[in-house]
Design a protein around this ligand. Structure first.
Ligand SMILES: CC(C)(COP(=O)(O)OP(=O)(O)OC[C@H]1O[C@@H](n2cnc3c(N)ncnc32)[C@H](O)[C@@H]1OP(=O)(O)O)[C@@H](O)C(=O)NCCC(=O)NCCS
Length: 180
């Protein structure tokens, strides 16, 4: 195993396609509340629109040789982006906008390591890369992570890294985590 980390330029995000679709399949496989919501989610409906609507994007990728084996996708976006829709779903606001200082929020939006590469520290490296990038926006105080139901491993991972569970939305389909 020869793991290297790189930052993917926005015009090359096609290389993330299979990993993004792997994340959707993983999330569906562990979900017990509305797993069918994932049926309409894929690289084209999740990643491409998010990259377009965000003010800034950061895609960290781990490669084993030439093979992409994981990615972490972070965004800076207006908080009102989260007002009434999530990918292909319609829903209420994700969080109380008044609880956020300023107009923009940071988000660790997608995170996936291929199964055989998990628990080797790769996720921690990409988490740190992502937090460093998000932290470089000095005016952004609030960082969110939205975890779909059934993904207790990810919840624990983020809690270990200092994130806290805030509340649930969409009947428990998503748990909202935040840094403060
Ligand atoms: C969540 C996820 C991204 C974490 O990535 P990861 O590479 O498995 O994470 P790490 O290996 O850095 O850390 C996981 C555990 O391995 C341990 N670990 C870290 N370095 C290690 C090493 N060198 N060797 C063995 N274990 C190690 C960590 O301590 C951690 O244990 P803990 O959770 O008890 O603290 C990954 O598990 C994943 O892709 N899961 C499926 C998709 C998913 O849930 N995505 C999140 C959507 S919100």
């Amino acid at each position: 195993m020869n793991i290297k980390y790189e930052v993917v330029p926005e015009d090359s995000i096609g290389c993330i396609r299979d990993l993004c679709n792997g994340l959707m399949a993983y999330q569906k496989s562990v979900a017990y509340i509305h797993p069918e919501f994932f049926d309409s989610m894929c690289f084209e409906t999740r990643m491409l629109p998010a990259v377009k609507s965000s003010k800034a994007n950061y895609i960290a990728m781990a490669k084993d040789g030439d093979e992409p084996v994981g990615y972490a996708y972070s965004t800076i976006a207006p908080k009102r982006t989260y007002s009434g829709g999530f990918a292909t779903l319609q829903c209420p606001a994700f969080f109380d906008f008044d609880s956020v200082e300023g107009e923009d929020v940071g988000c660790l939006s997608q995170f996936f390591i291929k199964e055989e590469y998990r628990n080797k520290g790769i996720g921690s490296v990409m988490f740190d890369m992502s937090m460093k990038w998000l932290g470089s926006f000095k005016e952004i105080k609030d960082i969110f992570i939205f975890v779909s139901n059934g993904n207790d491993g990810a919840l624990r991972f983020y809690q270990d890294k200092g994130f806290k569970v805030s509340h649930e939305i969409l009947d428990g389909f998503i748990t909202v985590m935040r840094n403060s």
